[in-house]
Design a protein around this ligand. Sequence first.
Ligand SMILES: Cc1ncc(COP(=O)(O)O)c(C=O)c1O
Length: 449
Amino acid sequence: MFEWSISTFQPLLKKVRAEGLEPPWIAPLDPKSSASANFATPAKGSANVKEMLCLQKTYVWSMDLSYIINHLGEDREKYFGAVAPPIVQSSNFAFDTVEKLREAFTQEQEVNLYTRGNNPTVEILRKKLAALAGADDALVFASGAAAISAAVMSHVKAGDHVVCVNKPYSWTTKLLQEYLPRFGVTATLIDGTNPQNFVAATQPNTTLWFLETPNTFTFELQDLSAIADLAKARGITTAVDNSYCTSIGQRCIEMGIDIELHSASKYYAGHSDVVAGILLGSKKTVSHIFKTEFQNMGGIISPNDAWLMLRSLRTLPVRLEKIAANTAKVVAFMQNHPQVEKVIYPFSKNFAQYELAQKQMKWCGGLFTATIKAKNVAQVETFCDGLQAFLMAVSWGGHESLLIPTCSFYPNHGYQHEVFPFNMIRFYIGLEEPEFLIADLKQAFQKMV
Ligand SMILES: Cc1ncc(COP(=O)(O)O)c(C=O)c1O
């Protein structure tokens, strides 16, 4: 049987899309059989079974999100038919024979030997996350920062260089500009809105291009397919922080990116009660990271948190849908409010990269940024302190709406900054009714005058 792999899948998918071929020329998936064992009916003109198997993977994602979320990776016969899988809260797994133990040592990524490597509860989660992203495999970390560090550190050695987009998540900047230079690794941060800037900043020792699209404050995008093609032609690995969109909202792996990363503390966990990170990629990439940074640094998710994430995954699409609908209404209110100067939101028609956002993002999240017509920091504070339905907190992606004003970053009240002016506020819209949030915004604006 042909092995499915990202390297065969990506060019094929491009070809298929270019020719305008779409399902239903792929046979329906039988939910009782395992996804990968299900062959499709060869389409007119399709080259061979291998192609069909690859295409079946697209179908699994595009048509059977519900199958992935509800059934994939779950083996209910093993646990009394329980609908919710057990939390296997065990660090250690025992073997009856030396032969079996010896075998386990050779397959630590798949076998349950010790929970720093694999664990049955975590394994269900890994399978679902990989399928959601169209990746071969997933690793789940104790935080998004741990996943990002593992991705970067597994692709550099002393003397190497990284090109990274401007304004990534703050701890990504610190990793590249403060931590890794201690080990002889340097980085150049560039404006990623033009793919050619990655090429221009590349040096003979560049091994990795690091992307984050959109970023989570001012939302600049990078063209994922264009950058992936440029990197492949140069033998450079690409990694993207896809926390803003999730794998449902942006298909980074299908667009040719090698490593997809998430702060799962955001939408995946979705209830502001878990800190976790996800790394996704090809079998080869994930195995390499599993044997190095994952096991060595040991920043793994606990079975209990993996179980909470499994529970959250059941409602991920529903939550994303509601968040997008709520956000659209709140954004529209803010855009029309006389005390608002500007709103930045990738799916707004006046967003600088609106067309690219429409092209590569299937979904736009709950984060948007607004500058308000405040004369000074005191007025911004009056507005923010006056909001009652919004919590002032940093980590978005949960059920609750949030805000974070840029003036909270700086001890100096007179602070002026061209990227983060004092009157800028980042909002996150959660699952509350938009009318409830809009009423709260209205009363806080009134307090400002
Ligand atoms: C875009 C982005 N990437 C990565 C991270 C880091 O994730 P974590 O907090 O789970 O370590 C965050 C956290 O806020 C984030 O916003």
